[in-house]
Write a new protein. Structure first.
Lengths: 139, 139, 139, 139
């Protein structure tokens, strides 16, 4: 599992007083990018290897301006050319679940403009971050 | 089915040259809001009746700066207190499918702060926008 | 003068109930891009010729969700390599001034990575959109 | 002077490969909010006391995805009911100036919906953050 911390920015809220739904996808992207960076991938646009095929977010509790949030990222599954990440957005202090997201990513060679098998090095790294059993049993 | 047209703004792209994934959720929210407005609901934050419980987006083709896009919104299902919308984002000219989204909404009384049964008037209006058969058979 | 119309999106508001200040810069960028497009410039990132050197916005009245706004763009001054645009954001119906922005742009050859003199064709086009006298006397 | 650190998010870039101009205003808002918080003000929307009357940003160098940036905030002037902040956005490591912003804020009683004289406590706090002489001589 990989974890990032963030604080809700004022411009990420909306007129209902909550964090706008679109802002959670900013947090999920941030979590993905930092996760890839922690694996040694994707730190520059010149060596980008991932296409986002799909993303989802379930909203479990309201987020507010200045909330301290933690996003935990795990790997749910790894296929031949794609893998699935699960994100849990929690209040940092209370651990209350605020949102639960997922992202399906395809390994992609941007120079050749085609999908590729996930290289062994990445597969090994992803497997190390496989979702723990308690998280799997939740879904 | 309800349809909106939009043009991709420059700030909605990212350094890979495409529309950023988070921008599609801006488009889906826009489509929802305009759909609710067309039904006579949700035009001001004082009389808001919907909570977004979940949203998803599958990315089918790349979007680019200045693309003319159309978002078609249909109702996939209507339950007692919630309903599901399906959105198809297409290039306006070629009808190419760029993204396919969904949103699960819960009918909510913000003053009482509790979920409520969908009123008959809204149920009737939603049913009128039920997804056409060819769309249903796709999923 | 060049004019665009837009409607405030829900995600462009913030928890104080107003249009967030950062959203106005989205509108100003939109106005610039459409203005350049109307002049036959800047419709794709491959042939981009403008660098934004500076931008400002004065906030005159609150904007709200779903507001219909009009952005009028005029040319305030044209130098050798740069020019200044003035934007007025008004409620479409009442013409109330909501915000007043400006942008200083430098003509730039992205391939050569250097500033360039504004070509005559562009200078002529810009001059046609010079701010009307009443606007000039304001500043 | 008050300082925050941030890292450029992927969705804050645009198709020209740089940080989009609108993203800098997100950073300036973040810097203001954290500055007010450090002074003991503005940490919740219920006790908000500031209206943004005007903001500007001069773009001095390109920012890129994943850049580590520092925003230094100083107080340029304090009037009876308003004050001006100056922000310098620099690359954290090299101190290169990336952008220079400003914000004019009006002290406002949201309950009474009227401007108010800056209270002594805030005036004293602002004065402690007055721009150092070298910064003033720059402008």
């Amino acid at each position: 599992m990989h974890t990032i911390d963030l604080t809700v920015r004022f411009c990420e809220t909306d007129a209902l007083g909550h964090v706008n739904n679109t802002s959670y996808f900013i947090y999920l992207e941030e979590a993905r990018v930092k996760f890839f960076e922690s694996l040694g991938f994707g730190v520059s646009t010149e060596e980008w290897n991932f296409i986002l095929a799909s993303t989802t977010c379930d909203f479990k509790a309201q987020g507010y301006f200045n909330d301290k949030l933690t996003v935990d990222t795990s790997v749910s599954s790894v296929g031949n050319k794609s893998f699935v990440l699960t994100h849990e957005v929690r209040r940092t202090e209370t651990k209350e679940l605020v949102a639960k997201g997922s992202a399906t990513l395809v390994y992609f060679d941007f120079k050749a403009q085609m999908t590729e098998s996930i290289p062994d090095e990445l597969r090994t790294a992803l497997t190390r971050h496989a979702a723990r059993l308690p998280v799997e049993s939740e879904s």
